[in-house]
Design a protein around this ligand. Sequence first.
Ligand SMILES: [Zn+2]
Length: 470
Amino acid sequence: MNLTRAFMLERIYANDTQYDGRFITGVLSTGIYCLPSCRARPPKAQNVKFFPGPNEAEAEGLRPCLRCRPDDFYAGYDPDQALIETLVKEIDANPERFSDMEAMSRRAGFGATKLHHLFQCHFHVTPAQYLAKARIASACRLLQSGQVAASEVGFQVGFQSLSAFYRQFGRITGLSPAAYRDLNTELVVKLPAPYPVKRVIGYLNRLEDSSVTFETVAETSFGHVPMRLNYSEQHVAVKFLHDVPERKIMYAVHDELIRWLGLRQTTEWFEKQVASKVPVMEKQVKAARGLVVPQTRTLFEAFLWVIVGQQINLPFAFRLMRRLRDELGSQVAGVKLLPSAQQMAEVEPGELLGWQFSRRKAEYLVGVARWFVARDLSLNNICHLSSLRLEQELLAIRGLGPWSVNYVLMRGMERLNAYPIGDSGLHAALKRVSPERWNDVGWRQSHMNQFAPYRALATMHYWNGLKEDA
Ligand SMILES: [Zn+2]
């Protein structure tokens, strides 16, 4: 336990779930031990003794709290979590079986309020938003099969009206159902309006100077697809650097593109239902309507950014990232790529020391890459996992703390209630929101909690506000 007593006391008084699993709070006056997030009556500081884990607490004769169940937490069992993970798998496989929220409630065996809470907590969306995305994904699969007429697809996946289907399909995919089915020689995705395209492309193209085009590579199950993206206020157009790929590859490229651009994110809901209730955020939103959380090119790149970026300033992080790219990454059709997890895993940490990496950072980078490869981590095999489960798994990895884990969840895994706790940019923005209170961790947390389940979008808007004024 490297945390100080003062820090741990602060965390338990803030009921901080981020530290569940990191230490145990023993309350000597009652003989009970708790998770840091326990919401039972807060103990007096003089009665609190901290332990690294439940075994040490039990060795002192303490019993697990019946409210926060540290014993269940350490046993890794949460019946609600298991249930919601099963439910989302079923929804993804057969969204048409869930005509509405009530059908989801019936299947799960509990009421709408609890269902809502569990979706927000484990998947960072409302049940209705999850269902809508699942229906569009299912519609895409049907259209790809070519066996159902475009006009029939909407009903087949559970939409009640054709116009709702066309509207949602267009919003998420940037194409009409027919245009999607017939993807042929060109791929032009229509952006929602408004959409701050320059800001988003700036994130996708972070290591280069932003211009109206940039070259990148989609990694699909069929291999690398190098391409140039041209964009305007209304569209992003793909020009393939090799031959135009077969249609099944076009579908895979399109899927990557809309992920990078965050088109599945329900920004309207955030802006209208959440941000509008908090005047300072409403002001931020006005400056960049439609802002999304741009996703990293590959999942592994999110890990690279956080480990390289830990405890150094951004210009230095960029220099180190370019170094990794130039020394270790591949080149595809002249486009230089950051190293893959596989490439990074084959490096010996000592090799990085000559490039201004500290020994510790070099060890973390290689260690995380090796874990990533051994775990066979991919967006496909984590999409049905609860964000809480992922967070817990990632926090256990050497080199990843709460800031890094939440950044990965937000920018690599599209879990939009995650935000980089302790981020210096976010702190700078919050300092302007409240010069008196920003330094109080409890205030920061409750301020950000107003934006649940979209704290990541709120963070993007705060970061954007700093850039606008720079
Ligand atoms: Zn408790």
